[in-house]
Design a protein around this ligand. Structure first.
Ligand code: NCD
Ligand code: ZN
Ligand code: ZN
Length: 336
């Protein structure tokens, strides 16, 4: 059994910089036609110059694969002139509540203090992407943030807002209530719950922000993905960290899934008899939501064993993927 996917897109991806970027970039550009490149570098991508230089560094590491990096500016209080200059070079701006996740210290402390930026973005048709978590109790952070999404969506009805990496049933239900809200969902949040992270022996390689939630949340996310809800897009949130930052005390948040994402999604959709909806979930929904026309790429995935390595190594780094050492039932077998 096999399926051929046209132009897979990853609408939420961390490629990092320097040696780590050199190691992980080809692992995405091989199987994806395009990806939304998150700007939480150190320091974050906060100017057109930084964004263009970062794009060039990425393009120097695609190993010749056809690939479009959809660049993103780290949200801050920009002037109208700065936004106007950057607009055609980016797919949107990413808002991080200060301190909510990895490298977000330069994020926004008071969201109601930046509404004038939302206004400009709405007028200039610049999409807003959001890491939607409060600083509350870890399991409630996303739910508590939903009223902020509702407030922004209502006050700025023409602003397109992406709820990044949603993890709760309540977030799924917002998609049908607000025209201008859409969302990405990761691979891991369709598969795991908090039990897989911390219910037995602690698994640092499944620790990410937002933390995986309850079985009923996973069910709602999976149901929406399997029926390719038109406002839900695949965004891996593949977030590599060096092994020394994961297997340690004070583990960094982030799950590395880029090299297995397409194969694992095919396995998941097949298990649930929904393979025919994978094309929409992994590409068409994003094309329609963002109006992007991705690079041509046909990726054939076959029901055949795929041994996931214990780690991906190179450029002085070692990164452990999700499902390390396991064998998947599906594998990418041809890319043209
Ligand atoms: N998801 C994560 O757990 N980590 C991401 C940041 C983010 O997307 O919140 C990272 O950059 O490592
Ligand atoms: Zn995030
Ligand atoms: Zn992320």
């Amino acid at each position: 059994m096999e399926i051929t996917l046209r132009a897979p897109l990853d609408m939420h991806l961390h490629l990092r910089d320097a040696e780590m970027m050199q190691l992980v970039t080809p692992l995405t550009t091989e199987t994806f036609s395009g990806a939304v490149i998150m700007p939480n570098l150190v320091p974050p991508v906060t100017s057109l110059e930084m964004l263009q230089a970062y794009k060039q560094r990425i393009m120097a590491n695609t190993e010749g694969h056809a690939f479009d990096p959809y660049m993103v500016l780290f949200f801050k209080d920009y002037t109208e002139a700065e936004l106007a200059a950057a607009k055609d070079h980016m797919i949107g701006m990413k808002l991080y509540p200060a301190g909510a996740t990895t490298n977000s210290e330069a994020g926004v402390a008071q969201i109601d203090s930046v509404e004038h930026v939302f206004k400009m973005m709405e007028e200039m048709e610049i999409p807003l992407m959001v890491h939607g978590e409060t600083h509350g109790f870890v399991m409630d952070r996303e739910s508590e943030f939903l009223s902020i999404y509702e407030h922004i969506a209502t006050k700025f009805p023409k602003l397109k807002i992406t709820m990044e990496h949603i993890t709760t049933a309540k977030a799924v239900s917002l998609l049908d209530r607000y025209e201008n809200l859409r969302a990405t969902v990761t691979l891991q949040h369709l598969i795991i719950t908090l039990d897989d992270v911390a219910g037995g022996l602690l698994n640092p390689h499944l620790f990410c922000k937002p933390i995986a939630k309850r079985p009923e949340d996973r069910e709602a996310l999976l149901d929406a993905a399997l029926r390719a809800h038109p406002k839900l897009m695949f965004g891996s949130d593949s977030a590599p960290h060096p092994i020394s930052k994961k297997e340690c005390c004070g583990c960094a948040a982030g799950v590395f899934t880029a090299p297995l994402a397409v194969a694992r999604l095919a396995q998941l959709f097949d298990q649930h008899g929904a393979l025919e909806n994978l094309q929409d979930f992994i590409s068409e929904n994003a094309q329609r939501q963002y109006g992007v026309k991705p690079a041509e790429k046909m990726v054939t995935v076959t029901k055949t064993p795929f041994e996931i390595p214990q780690a991906y190594e190179g450029h002085g780094h070692r990164v452990v993927p999700m499902h390390a050492g396991e064998t998947l039932d599906w594998k990418v077998t041809s890319i043209t």
